[in-house]
Design a protein around this ligand. Structure first.
Ligand code: SAH
Length: 297
């Protein structure tokens, strides 16, 4: 039922050249604010003609955490290759995305640094990869979406709360993007997906990145992952009417869970475990996610 990543494999290609995904260098980024992440709007986002935006130099995004550095260092080739123009293009576009997410209010430098590291274009189908760095959710197949960069960063910021995270669980791997970002900020990351082809897609997307501290599981995330619990942080990438009790029980005391909650109207909720049988709940901003569903498909 479960798969592990990054323990084997050949020399790293990290970060992936954009040309390996698109077959061509990236276009300039478009800015298309979209806070709603339904498959329908994701499709519209994908179809929208990107507005050309000037490149904005990145803000100082701080240094990655220890877990982040070590995971990436393992992925680097021993001898640095000369810079390639296509890599520089995708890096510049990604840094512009980071600067935009910072302007939208994300302040955690560790999270911003992680966002600046993970090649989002490598998680998006080639036909859409020119839009990989716009501020929008995009379709990933099976009626699901890759979340908007802002919301990915915001949820991790809220979960992290400036602290070092050891063990983190994500429910809803999708294409694997948020899991890769999480692997930059936490020591060990587990991610569960209920749709088998998406679980396989995430494996394919993540394999070249050789992220040693990320483990993907196929199964119903509403049950959590008791064999790896307790977790310092849990993120749900899909919205339920309430947060499953099993997940609350799998939080460490002091651990923080961030989840979209609701149906048509959804809010981000932060749940903190403050004692053995005690949790606090904060309601944060509006959001819109695909639904959390039971069982596997
Ligand atoms: N984390 C992704 C977002 C994927 S969309 C990103 O990086 O952008 C949300 C995902 O949650 C979908 O792939 C959906 O299949 C999955 N999902 C919904 N209910 C689930 C459940 N009970 N267990 C595991 N995954 C679930």
């Amino acid at each position: 039922m479960s798969d592990q990543h990054g323990k084997a494999g050949k020399r790293s290609n990290f970060p992936l050249p954009l040309s390996s995904v698109t077959g061509a260098p990236a276009k300039a980024p478009g800015y298309a604010p979209a806070r709603v992440a339904t498959p329908q709007t994701a499709t519209q986002n994908a179809a929208r003609t990107a507005v050309q935006a000037p490149y904005t130099p990145p803000r100082q995004t701080g240094t990655p955490s220890k877990a982040h550095t070590s995971a990436l260092q393992r992925a680097q080739p021993a001898v640095a290759a000369p810079p390639r123009p296509d890599l520089l293009v995708s890096d510049a576009i990604r840094q512009a995305m980071v600067a935009r997410v910072a302007r939208q209010g994300v302040q955690d430098r560790v999270v911003l640094a992680a966002l600046g590291t993970v090649p989002r274009h490598a998680f998006i189908e080639p036909a859409l990869s020119a839009q990989a760095y716009i501020d929008a959710s995009l379709p990933i197949g099976h009626n699901q979406t890759i979340s908007q960069p802002y919301i990915v960063a915001r949820m991790i910021e809220v979960m992290r709360n400036g602290a070092q995270l050891n063990r983190v669980l994500e429910i809803g791997t999708g294409c694997g993007y948020q899991a890769a970002v999480l692997a930059c900020v936490a020591q060990d990351v587990y991610s569960i997906e209920r749709i088998k082809p998406l679980h396989e897609l995430a494996k394919t997307n993540l394999r070249p990145l050789r992220i040693a501290n990320l483990r993907l599981h196929y199964g119903d995330g509403m049950l959590g992952l008791p064999q790896a619990a307790p977790f310092d942080g849990i993120i749900l990438a899909a919205a339920g009417l309430e947060v499953p009790q099993a997940l609350l029980e799998q939080l460490n005391i002091g651990g923080r869970l961030v989840a979209p909650v609701g149906a048509r109207v959804q809010h981000l909720q932060l749940i903190t475990r403050v004692g053995k049988s005690e949790w606090t709940r904060d309601t944060l901003e509006d959001c819109h996610f695909v639904p959390l569903r039971p069982g596997t498909a």
